[in-house]
Every structure is written in structure tokens, then in C-alpha cells.
Design a protein around this ligand. Structure first.
Ligand code: ZN
Length: 119
């Protein structure tokens, strides 16, 4: 069993839009990161500025990591759409509920298996 083509097209569109959004955010994060500012090296900043930069750098790294993980999920989902296995539970092989996919289009497991995994 497979999802109808029109649903898959919608999902693909949604996933691609999400992917673009994340990639744009990642780029803007890089631009905002004080550590990637070349002028920072020649700037004799006070030490409290230094500390502030340090913590914002860490925050951005955490955010970037999260975004990259999400990006990987999306790429995996797109790959599954491409291979025709999208929406199939990785564990039991049953079709994942469309309501669930509407909320979480990158879901790899059906509700049942996801719940079992959490236990
Ligand atoms: Zn399952």
C-alpha cells in the first residue's frame, strides 16, 4: 500500500519548503555568530564582551545542532518519498496514520511502535 500521488506531492512540497527554511536559518546563524566575524580577532574587546560572545556562540551551536538534526530527518523523509516507502513504519511495516504525518511529516514509526519505543 502507498499514499496517493497527490498526497505525496504535497508532503514533498512541505518537506522541501521546510528544508529551505532550515538552510536559510543555518546560514543566518553563521552570519550572526561572533566567532565567524573576522574583525573580532583584531578587536580589543573588554573581557565581559568576550564572555557574552562565548555564551551566544554556545547557544548558536546548540541551535545549529538541533537544526541539522531536523534537516537530516527531512532529508530522510524525502528519500523515503522518492523510494516509495514514505509513511511505512520502519518497525512493523504498517502505514503510519495520516493524522500523525500531518503533525509530524518526518515520523518513521507508527504511533504504536513509537509508544513501545518510549517504554
Ligand atoms: Zn509500527
Amino acid at each position: 500500500m502507498k499514499y496517493p500521488q497527490n498526497i505525496l506531492t504535497d508532503i514533498k512540497k512541505h518537506l522541501n519548503a521546510e528544508k529551505d527554511k532550515i538552510q536559510t536559518t543555518l546560514l543566518s546563524l553563521k552570519a550572526q555568530d561572533p566567532f565567524s566575524d573576522p574583525e573580532r580577532l583584531i578587536d580589543n574587546a573588554a573581557s565581559d564582551t568576550e564572555a557574552k560572545e562565548e555564551s551566544s556562540h554556545e547557544r548558536m551551536e546548540a541551535l545549529e545542532k538541533e537544526l541539522r538534526m531536523h534537516l537530516k530527518d527531512i532529508e530522510q523523509a524525502l528519500d523515503r518519498v522518492h523510494k516509495g516507502s514514505y509513511g511505512k513504519c520502519l518497525n512493523c511495516g504498517k502505514m503510519i496514520d495520516t493524522d500523525r504525518l500531518a503533525v509530524k511529516p518526518t515520523a518513521l514509526l507508527c504511533v504504536h511502535c513509537e509508544r513501545n519505543k518510549e517504554k
